[in-house]
Design a protein around this ligand. Structure first.
Ligand SMILES: Cc1cc2nc3c(=O)[nH]c(=O)nc-3n(C[C@H](O)[C@H](O)[C@H](O)COP(=O)(O)OP(=O)(O)OC[C@H]3O[C@@H](n4cnc5c(N)ncnc54)[C@H](O)[C@@H]3O)c2cc1C
Length: 315
């Protein structure tokens, strides 16, 4: 890592009060002010591997060109090692950028081991941030890393039954996924779980037309329902009528390989991105939740998450 000329370390750093002994464990909120973010670029002059916090010292030129000596607090040596750091990771003389929260007393000391999130309701600080915002994820993780995520509008329809509902009741009709012969398209759906009134759910998936959560048309038009019935319902489920009882739209967030992204953000070991996406994440929720807790607590998971790394899209 030391060959890199510039680093971005964490999202939040905070200055440590001079009155607090450097080796003491302390309350973040008592010492640092997450509402006062700082961003500092400088040259590493020294690193102290000590408990309970590692310290990085920087020579910085401030806005007026004057020299300043800053000290940034990181996690314990043990924690940094779990995230792949060692004593050679950051060489003296390396230029780094550290962002974070300023100490309440304004001294030139800092802790770079926290994440600060500012929302319209307030500012929150934590050691780890898990971003799992579904279709909203691409706009939260930075343009460079958003590229693999395509947001896609999907449509779901409930069609009326032509004759008696009995053949479509759950006792007689399964939940189905039907890989159609011919069209490069499957249809899937549910039996008439709400009886004749509710109709039979039939839907497809599309991966061609992208959208965004802000611009997507949430309404489903009569034309879309008619086209769905003509192409994918009438030829395969002829006992369903063209009367569309209900239609809704939803969003998939899909990657090019139709898999997930469950990984640390490429620019911060404090931020974990979870996109159990591509239209098939729900059934894995329990395992993904466990994996995310392990990544946040231990820096690694007992599950093999290698297929879900950002790196596969960045070659
Ligand atoms: C029609 C349809 C059918 C599907 N069928 C299946 C299926 O059969 N099996 C299956 O396994 N999966 C299925 N999926 C996929 C499954 O729903 C997704 O994989 C799963 O929901 C993804 O979970 P997530 O937590 O990443 O995102 P989401 O479930 O989309 O959750 C993201 C959450 O983040 C919130 N959020 C966004 N931005 C912010 C913000 N700035 N601040 C606070 N909150 C925010 C959103 O409101 C939302 O609640 C289907 C999806 C769709 C749309």
């Amino acid at each position: 890592m030391s060959d890199r000329s510039r680093w971005v370390l964490g999202l939040a750093a905070a200055l440590l009060g001079a009155s607090v002994p450097a080796a003491a464990h302390h309350s973040f909120a008592a010492i640092f002010d997450s509402a006062k973010p700082v961003k500092v670029t400088g040259t590493v002059t020294r690193i102290e591997w000590m408990n309970p916090h590692t310290w990085i010292y920087l020579d910085v030129k401030n806005d007026k060109g004057a020299a300043e000596a800053w000290a940034f607090e990181l996690g314990s040596p043990n924690r940094l090692m779990r995230f792949g750091w060692n004593q050679d990771s950051l060489a003296t003389g390396t230029s780094v950028t550290i962002t974070g929260s300023r100490a309440r007393d304004g001294s030139l000391k800092a802790a770079a081991d926290k994440v600060t999130v500012t929302t319209d309701r307030g500012t929150y600080t934590a050691e780890k941030l898990i971003v799992s915002a579904g279709a909203w994820l691409p706009e939260l993780i930075g343009e460079t890393y958003a590229t693999p995520f395509n947001v896609l509008r999907q449509l779901l329809f409930w069609f009326d039954v032509k004759g008696p509902v009995t053949p479509f009741l759950p006792a007689n009709c399964p939940i189905f996924i039907w890989e159609l012969q011919g069209p490069q398209q499957a249809i899937y759906g549910f039996p008439a779980i709400d009886g004749a009134e509710g109709g039979v759910k039939v839907a497809t998936q599309q991966y061609e037309r992208t959208t965004t959560p802000e611009t997507v048309n949430r309404e489903v038009s009569d034309e879309e329902a008619a086209a769905m019935h003509a192409k994918y319902v009438a030829p395969y489920l002829p006992d369903l009528s063209s009367r569309c009882i209900k239609a809704v739209s939803c969003l998939y967030t899909a990657t090019p390989d139709a898999e997930f992204v469950i990984d640390f953000h490429p620019e911060s070991k404090n931020i974990i991105v979870a996109s159990p996406c591509s239209g098939h994440g729900f059934k894995h929720s329990a395992a993904i939740g466990e994996a995310l807790a392990e990544l946040a607590e231990d820096g690694k998971s007992r599950f093999d998450l290698s297929a879900f790394r950002f790196a596969r899209f960045m070659k």
